[in-house]
Design a protein around this ligand. Structure first.
Ligand SMILES: [Ca+2]
Ligand SMILES: [Ca+2]
Ligand SMILES: [Ca+2]
Length: 408
């Protein structure tokens, strides 16, 4: 009894009074098809971040209207089609980042989504760079790059002072059945001076399976990435002009340690500048976990026996979206995670999780009144008021929503 009381006192005295998270929802689009992938960046160069979406058949962007965020209705965020029907199959991912410093994003997309076809690369996977037209509200010109089967996720990585790569992570290796067989070939495509010319390719890895998602980060002069796979989390570092694996047991599979009998990581994100990682496990799984460890290349990593794993919740059905950030201004990161299929309570949605809240395993609903069968999610300060807002795309709910952070 004494112990319990002591813990309670410590918890309450260290936790200053904090208002509950408050977000208001704006519907940007309620008529999308699937909403596979989101990216945020300034498309038109007005210094206001816009929303880019890889929808089932179209690649679109929504122009940030600025001004006071609207809470009701879809007014304001005008939709423009960048490309349509790039392949006979669905689009699946998008990456947007300003690479040449003109304040406007460069855009690449993945298509040919056909996860059951792992042998014939003419029927599975596609990678395109989209050349910006004079007027970005007009169609962009697709340039096809070489690809592996089952193209699935992509991000731009800065690997040198003026040097960038498009990193593309497919879901399966060539000829895979049930995630078994050859490893997935992950490539970095060097952004060239002439985008219609050859893009030099750097092999990142070819050993992992079911590589469902990844995150890239830059830490001083070093660039790293962490890939979520059947084998767990694998870190790579760009060093001496090539990608090299970083041995880090603390990034490996948390579930083995919890002895849940399942393995693999579906979603993975760094928290608190790499002091922890958050994961959704297994792939399309129900569990949200935090794992301690040091993923900064600046500091020595902790020994693996100091690894700590915290189960945050198990309420998801097909957990599919994960972002970390200090939404509430607490000085450390919170987690926002979303799932896309109805859970035991019949709910889909997104939840915000603050750490050290043993009484609140289910997190804070950002708005229970709006349905969000969450397929992808991004965080960005869309209205420039200094707090991070959230942008989510819904699969069966066919919507793009902004959750405006009302902290400021
Ligand atoms: Ca803009
Ligand atoms: Ca640019
Ligand atoms: Ca904001």
């Amino acid at each position: 009894m004494k112990n319990v009381l002591f813990l309670w006192l410590v918890a309450s005295s260290s936790a200053l009074p904090q208002p509950a998270p408050k977000f208001t929802v704006q519907v940007v689009d309620s008529q999308i098809s699937i909403g596979y992938g989101l990216a945020i960046g300034d498309v038109d160069g007005d210094r206001k971040p816009d929303i880019l979406l890889a929808d089932q058949k179209e690649i679109v962007w929504y122009k940030n209207p600025g001004g006071k965020p609207l809470v009701n209705g879809t007014a304001g965020w005008k939709r423009y089609v960048m490309a349509a029907n790039l392949t006979p199959q669905d689009n699946v991912c998008i990456a947007a980042r300003d690479l040449n410093g003109d304040g406007r994003v460069e855009v690449a997309v993945g298509a040919g989504w056909n996860p059951s076809e792992t042998s014939d690369s003419t029927k599975s996977g596609a990678v395109f760079y989209l050349i910006r037209p004079q007027d970005p509200t007009q169609p962009w010109e697709p340039v096809r790059l070489p690809h592996e089967v089952t193209t699935h996720r992509m991000r731009w990585a800065k690997v040198g002072k003026d040097s960038y790569q498009l990193v593309v992570v497919p879901l399966h290796g060539l000829g895979n059945k049930n995630g078994e067989g050859k490893g997935v070939r992950i490539w970095g495509y060097e952004f060239p001076k002439n985008v219609r010319g050859t893009w030099k390719q750097h092999l990142v890895d070819s050993t992992l399976h079911l590589t469902h998602n990844f995150e890239v980060w830059e830490d001083g002069n070093t660039t790293g990435m962490i890939v979520a796979s059947k084998e767990g989390g694998q870190i790579f570092r760009w060093q001496k002009n090539k990608w090299q694996p970083v041995d880090d047991e603390s990034a490996s599979n948390a579930l083995d340690i919890l002895s849940k009998g399942v393995s693999g990581i579906g979603e993975i994100r760094r928290m608190d500048n790499g002091q922890r990682i958050a994961t959704i496990q297994p792939m399309h799984g129900n569990l949200l976990q935090i794992e301690s460890g040091f993923y900064s290349f600046r500091e020595p990593r902790k020994p693996v026996d100091e690894k700590e794993i915290t189960l945050i919740t198990d309420i998801f059905n097909q957990g599919h979206a994960l972002v970390c950030g200090d939404f509430l201004g607490l000085g450390s990161d919170q987690i926002v995670a979303g799932w896309r299929n109805p859970n035991a309570e019949g709910k889909v949605g997104v939840r915000l999780f603050k750490q050290k809240e043993p009484g609140n395993m289910e997190g804070y609903p950002l708005d229970d009144s709006v349905n969000m069968a969450c397929e992808d999610m991004q965080a960005a300060d869309l209205d420039g008021d200094g707090d991070l807002d959230l942008i989510a795309s819904g699969r069966s709910t066919h919507n793009v929503l902004i959750y405006w952070n009302q902290r400021k």
